[in-house]
Structure formats: structure tokens, C-alpha cells
Design a protein around this ligand. Structure first.
Ligand code: ACM
Length: 545
């Protein structure tokens, strides 16, 4: 017995040793280090027996070519020096369809996915085992990995409204998500400071709503206004290209079309969307404005604005038309409808809104927001789509089938799960990557303090939930708002290494998660960022509080 437990302890410590020494992030469910190594050189071939693994093969060869300067031949079979990609076929799909195994021996590498996505994730683990310096012979330790994700929703949001990022950069961002086994890209496409998606029936949305006449300089309220016209939007063809690009990396794109608040850009384009179409747009308090002050305008500073969509038939028809063009572009089951930060002042002083509240026996303006969201939900449900909304959609009553994205801490998510609604956890207290990651931050950020270790400590399952309620937590998401993020290198500086820490939060089983182990693995990841040519903050020793 003593002997047996000694052997067991020895095996268990080997396993922990493997988990902590192999520089794989997110740490897999099970890793066994074997003896020897496999060497990839330009004679190594990829075996894709059925020609089915095109997505993984293309990603791998593009990666090898970009970072090591060579790519591999693809064959149907080989006896030695090969990397085989294969995907199991099932009569009944497995419970964890994103799982895979990876077996590396001195003779071969086998990646076997439970689905095409699983095979792709096996490849991502293989990539993590590659050297972080450019070389012509890539040595990989012999290992046996079994792996599958903790959460089925693993997301990251990029705000392209406050600052615009062109499709080339959006593709790079998506590649970075793929390398972290993240499977959802939430694209924040409309807001007060810009409308960024072409809608053919309403060309002014991008002609007018896609541009602002200036932007405040520096941290709110700023030291002035740059007076520069700032424009940008994606054509529907570009949107299709992004959706395809993401799909090839097993990433679903969820568009966000904000309503009823954060709608200044749409209102600037079509003032009838406001309850007060003739009132000029008001600048954010204490900020400098550039240009026209007598009409509706796209906002030039950050914040929450009172001029919101009026719940009129004109607005509902407009939104339905917009959604009719959005839906076919995005195969995603979900459409994000925003729902956050909608001030009620305009609705309070609108005779039309007050009459609507009475006629529909609504309690107040929160009831009116719920009425608004439920009408849109009904329309989208009728088109086979499910809505996601920020946690404010709980106020005034949840729409029957809505999924809640909890951002003001975890409270909204807990409440929604208790109401048996699905939840995506995105609490600002852990995953708002626009917050400062160090105390002595010398670039302008929105503020806050969210160091790496705090991010790493996040558990998307709140302890307040019983097992059945926990089931409603689909997963979690990192959010990057871009008020103070003007260009790609700052995107990367803000997300790395915190997004890497979150990939482990999203993917790895709790029992394998360890800050001490993560700390030993992250220096290799820093070198990998350098190989990729991405910016990062070499954070490791920031205080948690
Ligand atoms: C949010 O940060 N307003 C969702």
C-alpha cells in the first residue's frame, strides 16, 4: 500500500512537473512528458489522409512560413518524419466536441480532434511546443496530451467605434485569438462615436455616422479637440471576408448593434430616430467640440449620452431593416444588441414615450427599455437568432430568451443564471483590458487597475450559484474598449499578457490552474510575442491590489 501510494505520488508529481514545465498556455487537461523529441525540418510532411484538415494545415503552414521561413508538404500517408492531422467521426457527437489528443514521439506527431475545431486546438498546442526563436530545425519534446475546454464560450471583444481598425488588423487580432484557443470574436460595430458597418438601405449610416468632426485630446475631458475628421467603416464584402477568415480559424463572429442607447452616430445620420429630432447634439460635459453645433452630430468625446433611440415605429422599422442586412452576414446564432447605459431623460420628457408607457401598462422608463429590447428580441428570434445584451437588460424585466453579458461585476450574471438565463461573464473587475495593468502606467488609459495576477485569478463560475444555475454560465469574455487605444500596437500592449492569462481561465480545468505555474510559463510566452512581432507589457510582479 505504502509502495503503491509512493508510485502514485511519484506519477502525480511527474504529471505536475509536466504541467508546469512545458510552456503550454492554456495548460491542457492532461500532459505526460515522454522521452526524446521530434524534429520538424523541411523534410517533415503533413499527413492529411482524407484531405479534410485544410483549415489546420493552412494555418500551420502559414505559421511555419511566417515565423520560421519554411513550410511542409502535405501527403496522404507517410512512414516516418510526419505530422498527422485527423478528425474523428462520430455517430453521436461527444460531450466536448472541441477536445483533441496530441501524441509526439521521436518518429511522428499525431493530432486527433473530436471535431475539426478540436484538431485545430491540437495544432495550437503543438505550436506552443515549437521553439520561440527562428530556426530551421524545430525540436519538440515527446509528449502525450489529452485536452478539452472548460467553457464552450471563450470570447474577446474589440471596440472599433471609438477607434477604427482596418480589416488587415482585424484579421491579425483574430489570428491572435486563434492562437489562444478563443472561439468567439465580439465585434462592437456601432456606438456614439461611429457607425462602422455598411447598411445599403441607409447609406448615411456610414457616410454621416461613420465620421466624427474631431476627437478630444488626452484623457477625458481632454485638453482640447484635435479638429480632425475621423472616419471608418467596413463594407459588407469586407464583413463577409472577416467572417470567413474567422470561420477558417473556428472563431464565430458576433456583431453588436447597440440599442437603445449609445446610438448618437445613427441619430446623426437619421435624426428622426431621436424623440427630439430638431434638438442639436449636446457635447459631453467640459469637453471641447469641433464644427457644427446646430444639428445632430456624431459624438467627439467619450461617455453616456441622453439622446437615444425613440421607441417609435420609425425606429423599429429602421432597426428591423438594419438587422435584415446584418443577419445574412453573420452565421452566428447570436446577435448582440447592446442594451447598456441607456439614460432615460429623453423618454421621460417625451410625450410620445409617456403615452406608450401608459398604453402598454409599463411601470416606467425601465419597463419601456424592456419593451424595446423584447420587440427586437422577438424579431430576431423569428429569424432564428438569439440576443445577447449587457446586464442592464435585466432592468425592467429580461426578454424571454436573452443571454446576459455580465459586465458591471458578476451580479447581473448571477441574477440572470438564477432566472435560468444563459450568461457570459465579462465583469469589469476582472476582464476589462482597457484598464491599466500597472500602477505607474505612463500611457493614457481609461483608468482602473487590473494587473495580470488579478486577471488570472478570475473564476467565471460565481460561488453563489448552485450546480444547475452554474450550467447557465456559457463562458467568459475579455473586452477591449478603445477610447484610449488609437492604433494596433496599443491594442496589443493592453491585451498582452492579460489575454494569455484569460485563455487559461477560459480553457483549463480549475484543478490545473496555478499562478505559480503560470508564472514559470509566461516568460516563454513573452519570447513568443517577440517572435510574432506583437507588443506586450512584461508584467509579472505587479501587486494584485
Ligand atoms: C459597457 O462597458 N458599457 C458594456
Amino acid at each position: 500500500m505504502i509502495k503503491l501510494s509512493g508510485i502514485f505520488l511519484c506519477l502525480a508529481s511527474l504529471q505536475i512537473y509536466a504541467q508546469s514545465t512545458l510552456p503550454v498556455i492554456p495548460v491542457p487537461v492532461k500532459t505526460q512528458v515522454k522521452t526524446g523529441q521530434f524534429i520538424i525540418n523541411d523534410q517533415t510532411v503533413i499527413v492529411d489522409r482524407n484531405g479534410r484538415e485544410k483549415a489546420s494545415v493552412a494555418f500551420f503552414n502559414a505559421y511555419l512560413e511566417k515565423y520560421y521561413g519554411f513550410k511542409l508538404r502535405v501527403v496522404e500517408k507517410a512512414g516516418r518524419n510526419f505530422i498527422s492531422f485527423s478528425t474523428k467521426t462520430f455517430i453521436k457527437a461527444p460531450a466536448d466536441p472541441e477536445g483533441y489528443t496530441l501524441a509526439v514521439s521521436p518518429l511522428s506527431v499525431h493530432i486527433t480532434g473530436d471535431s475539426d475545431a478540436g484538431t485545430f486546438y491540437g495544432l495550437q498546442t503543438l505550436i506552443q511546443l515549437l521553439p520561440v526563436e527562428r530556426a530551421t530545425e524545430l525540436k519538440i519534446p515527446a509528449v502525450a496530451v489529452e485536452d478539452y475546454p472548460r467553457f464552450k464560450y471563450r470570447g474577446a471583444m474589440l471596440d472599433v467605434t471609438r477607434h477604427f481598425f482596418d480589416i488587415e488588423y482585424v484579421k491579425k487580432f483574430i489570428d491572435l485569438l486563434a492562437l489562444h484557443k478563443i472561439n468567439t470574436f465580439h465585434w462592437h460595430l456601432t456606438d456614439d462615436q461611429g457607425w462602422r458597418i455598411e447598411i445599403k438601405k441607409y447609406p448615411k449610416l456610414t457616410e454621416v455616422g461613420g465620421c466624427r468632426n474631431g476627437t478630444i485630446i488626452g484623457r477625458y475631458p481632454g485638453t482640447g479637440n484635435d479638429g480632425q475628421k475621423y472616419c471608418g467603416y467596413y463594407t459588407q464584402e469586407q464583413v463577409k471576408e472577416i467572417v470567413q477568415y474567422a470561420g477558417d480559424r473556428f472563431i464565430t463572429v458576433i456583431p453588436e448593434i447597440e440599442l437603445p442607447g449609445h446610438s448618437s452616430a445613427a441619430i446623426a445620420a437619421y435624426p428622426q430616430l431621436s424623440c427630439f429630432p430638431d434638438e442639436p447634439t449636446r457635447a459631453a460635459p467640459k469637453t471641447a467640440w469641433h464644427g457644427d453645433t446646430i444639428r445632430k452630430n456624431v459624438q467627439q468625446a467619450w461617455g453616456v449620452f441622453e439622446d437615444v433611440y425613440c421607441p417609435s415605429e420609425y425606429t423599429f422599422n429602421f432597426l428591423q431593416d438594419v438587422l435584415d442586412e446584418v443577419i445574412p452576414l453573420f452565421p452566428s446564432r447570436y446577435i448582440h444588441i447592446g442594451g447598456d447605459e441607456c439614460p432615460k431623460e429623453a423618454w421621460k420628457r417625451s410625450a410620445f414615450c409617456q403615452k406608450l408607457i401608459k398604453e402598454n401598462n409599463l411601470k416606467d422608463e425601465h419597463g419601456l427599455q424592456s419593451y424595446f429590447v423584447q420587440r427586437v428580441e422577438k424579431y430576431l428570434n423569428g429569424k432564428g437568432k438569439t440576443i445577447i445584451g449587457w446586464d442592464e437588460i435585466l432592468e425592467g424585466g429580461l426578454a424571454p430568451n436573452a443571454t446576459v453579458m455580465s459586465w458591471r461585476g458578476e451580479k447581473g450574471g448571477i441574477e440572470a443564471a438564477k432566472q435560468k438565463h444563459d450568461v457570459i461573464m465579462a465583469p469589469n473587475s476582472y476582464i476589462y483590458l482597457d484598464y491599466s495593468q500597472r500602477k505607474a502606467e505612463d500611457s493614457v488609459t481609461i483608468g482602473g487597475y487590473l494587473p495580470l495576477q488579478k486577471v488570472y485569478s478570475f473564476n467565471p463560475i460565481p460561488k453563489e450559484l448552485d450546480p444547475e444555475e452554474q450550467h447557465h454560465i456559457l463562458g467568459a469574455q475579455a473586452n477591449l474598449w478603445t477610447e484610449y487605444i488609437h492604433y494596433p500596437s496599443k491594442v496589443e500592449y493592453m491585451i498582452f499578457p492579460r489575454l494569455t492569462a484569460l485563455s487559461e481561465v477560459f480553457w483549463s480545468p480549475l484543478k490545473n490552474k496555478s499562478w505559480e505555474s503560470f508564472k514559470t510559463r509566461i516568460p516563454v510566452q513573452f519570447k513568443r510575442y517577440e517572435l510574432w512581432g506583437v507588443h506586450y507589457y512584461p508584467a509579472l510582479n505587479e501587486p494584485v491590489k
